[in-house]
Design a protein around this ligand. Structure first.
Ligand code: PLP
Length: 446
């Protein structure tokens, strides 16, 4: 439907207009039905149109929609924080709330810096993050992000003192090594960069435990996380996780760090907490950090107008109750195992380089040559997504830069946790058809 006034990202594109959503499905105003294998964009983890959630939002709306979080607290805000802490790693003590993922990661950076100052490490101000990661679209979060094509126009505005290390990607090891016979050199890079920067100047290391939108579900080996944790502890660098995509069950555990028995210092989260019913995000803050700031200045030098908004908190609390009452984290684990097994069928195609992921966060990376892993010279996954969309299946294509930050593309597969086996079969079959169609369109032999 043509719209004259909305500034869409693709300005002249005519987008279908959504009418309503129900469970795994979205319906547009022309009556077309779409199977939502993207959960929007890894957001709608509980599925669309759950009445319990909207009822509880409506009853909160009838009481009060807004109070400023710096003036009042509210029962939904307190209960939500308590429920988040109950799901979080044991060392987490308090929750800062905001409206989305970029705000969460901006907040995390500021809390990390404030902690270092109040812990008496004034000089610790530098941040280290990783290439091929995504942390948001504000200037600050783009600067810690590692997708060159999204950074390049804005680099002039980036804060100083941010550096990046190579990603951990066993399919495309930055050191040309093989997992099993390497000594996790990609983690040693963190120690080297801390030393080059000066350990007394590095405040925090920030990473996605399992990657999302820039490199499609790369799962690091356990030894990587263990080494990273040891290095951070050795140099009093805060270990900070971006669980905006992975938090609240996406990978089959409450948080992705639970796969590694890891207790980071700070965790940013967003998407799944509100499941698309409300815009919400936040930061889990460990006891060490809370205590230091409480005993120091006693207040955060950070807040937003919508921090702890009662409506957002009521919606998110209802979502968490729904996730827990319906065992949806276990369901994400179970359906993820089934999905990734069924995806193995795609390995028969010469263009399928890697199938990876955990829980319901999966990626399929495409290549020109399976042996050399040379990337294709066009965006194969974007064409797949477009083919599937025409057939009524929403899947996220165009995850670009998965090979080296610039080249390489992958599909991101992140459906709602309520997906069933028949729906998985339909999706895999349609992706197979799409691969064959696009291969033949580009003259690629099977
Ligand atoms: N961090 C990660 C890992 C993300 O995947 C995203 C969004 O996709 C963000 C941060 C930014 O979140 P938002 O788009 O809600 O600002």
């Amino acid at each position: 439907m043509k719209n004259e006034n909305v500034l869409y990202s693709v300005i002249e594109k005519e987008y279908p207009e959504v009418d309503y959503g129900e469970g795994m499905y979205i319906y547009d105003t022309k009556g077309k039905k779409y199977l939502d294998c993207a959960a929007g964009i890894a957001v709608v983890n509980i599925g669309h149109g759950v009445k319990e959630i909207t009822d509880r939002m409506a009853s909160q709306a009838q009481k009060v929609c807004f109070v400023y979080g710096g003036t009042f607290t509210s029962a939904p805000r307190r209960r939500l924080a308590e429920k988040i802490i109950a799901m979080a790693p044991k060392n987490m003590d308090k929750v800062f709330l905001c409206s989305g993922g970029s705000e969460a990661m901006e907040s995390l950076i500021k809390i990390a810096r404030q902690y270092q100052i109040e812990a008496g490490h004034d000089k610790k101000h530098k941040i280290i993050s990783r290439w091929q990661s995504y942390h948001g679209n504000t200037i600050g979060t783009l600067a810690i992000g590692g997708r060159p094509s999204w950074r390049e126009k804005y680099e002039e505005y980036f804060p100083k003192n941010i550096s990046h290390i190579s990603p951990c990607n066993c399919y495309r090891c930055p050191y040309g090594l093989k997992y099993g016979s390497c000594s996790i050199q990609c983690a040693d890079e963190l120690e080297r960069v801390i030393k080059y920067e000066g350990a007394d100047t590095v405040a925090a290391f920030i990473m996605e435990p399992i990657t999302g939108t820039t490199s499609a579900a790369i799962v690091p080996p356990k030894e990587y996380m263990k080494k990273i944790k040891e290095i951070c502890e050795k140099y009093q660098v805060l270990l900070c996780m971006d669980e905006v995509i992975t938090g609240f069950g996406r990978t089959g555990k409450n948080f992705a760090v639970d796969h590694y028995d890891l207790q980071p210092d700070l965790i940013g989260f967003a998407k799944g907490l509100g499941s698309g019913y409300v815009p919400i995000g936040g930061v889990l803050v460990s006891k060490k950090i809370v205590d230091t700031i409480a005993k120091g200045s006693g207040s955060l030098t950070h807040s937003f107008t919508f921090s702890g908004n009662p409506m957002a908190c009521a919606g998110a609390e209802a979502v968490l109750d729904y996730i827990n009452d319906n065992n949806l984290v276990e369901q994400s684990d179970k359906m993820g195992r089934i999905f990734i097994e069924k995806l193995q069928r795609l390995n028969k195609y010469p263009v399928v380089g890697d199938i990876r992921g955990i829980g319901l966060l999966m990626g399929v990376e495409f290549v020109k040559d399976k042996e050399t892993k040379e990337p294709l010279d066009f965006n194969f996954s974007a064409e797949i997504a477009s083919y599937c969309f025409d057939k009524g299946i929403i899947i996220t294509g165009g995850v670009q830069g998965s090979a080296d930050g610039v080249n390489g593309d992958a599909l991101q597969i992140a459906p709602p946790f309520i997906i069933n086996e028949e729906e998985i079969d339909v999706i895999v079959k349609t992706v197979e058809e799409a691969i064959e169609f696009i291969m033949s369109r580009h003259g690629i032999k099977n």
